[in-house]
Design a protein around this ligand. Sequence first.
Ligand SMILES: [Zn+2]
Length: 413
Amino acid sequence: MSAFAVIAGCSVNPVTGEKQLSLIPESQELSMGAEQYTPTQQTQGGQFYLDPELTVYVREVGQKLAAVSDRPDLPYEFVVLNSNVPNAWALPGGKIAINRGLLTELEDEAQLASVLGHEIVHAAARHSVQRMQKGMLVNAGVAGLGFALSDNEWGGLLMGGAALGAQLAMAQYSQGDELESDHYGIEYMVEVGYDPQAAVELQELFLKLSEGRQSNFVEGLFASHPPSQKRVEENRKRVRELGVNGKRNKDVYDRKLAKARDLQPAYDAHEAALKLASDGNMSAALGKINEAIKLESGEAMFFALRGRIYEELDEQTKAEKDFDKAVALYPEMFSYRLHNGLNALDQNKLDKAKENLSKANEVVPTSIAFLRLGDVAVKQNRREEAIQYYSTAAKAEGDVAEEARRKLANLTN
Ligand SMILES: [Zn+2]
């Protein structure tokens, strides 16, 4: 029995009208999406807060498409995430995100509409809910905590709804779901007046990139939305049938993307610094991240990485200053709070550690934060509290949970 109240039943796919198994009622579909939207944004890079106008623009395009969709009454939301990885995802209930790294790859508004229309269908047709019912979700890692981002070092740390949200965002859709999303997404595009040829071009480009196997699309968009020759052919056929031309809005798109594109060299320097740090080359990593900060001094992500590099170099007070800065720039972001709290605990600043670890857990609960909150409670002679924190951390997996169990046993013996 899963954590969800299961009500067996049958319903129709709201987009296609075909019958589908429905174990999860709509009320739960909506509450799941609403609860997991913020934590899932944060495990995928957090909001691109340096350019709020870009999110306003994406939201405008998205809401026009949502209004002509088969479920116009879903509480749709759209956000731009601060990640170089080209990706987009939809949670149940119409909670949609697109990464900065995908937006900078697109050429015009019609291509953006094609991506958003596709995601809207995934939400409207309840594809995620279907994947959940079929047990198709896999454990997803979380970006932004460890240096080694590609392995699963930090994978088991997410707890509760945050873990489910990350799984929903990263799990692979079936080819059937992909074809359905392309088909109806193109219909929504045409209804709003966009040239559907943009969807074909994009699929052709994605297929070419996926065959090359070099692009970072492979770990992003292609992992959850696999491109295929069949998709390209179906889309071509569909566009031939529709036989329409429409707007591309390239000028508007270029204007709206100007800031994100200007910032790209800074994000490239950050990416290079992260790679160097992962390879253990901390002094070169420090040089690179300083380049990024020189290009853009308002990006919390850069200070968080420099803080982690300083920690590796045993410069705890410099690390603390950078984590403080990251938190000041983006106080809601759980990973900056987490690093700040762990650093404070290392320096035996217990109240500061407690405050930051608690704030991190309010948004995205992790086993590591619960474990270290337990350590703080022990040091402050709050035994009952420590037992509670360790018990929670002990429910997770891996080394962190193991350590929590050991400490719990010590306390309760
Ligand atoms: Zn898809």
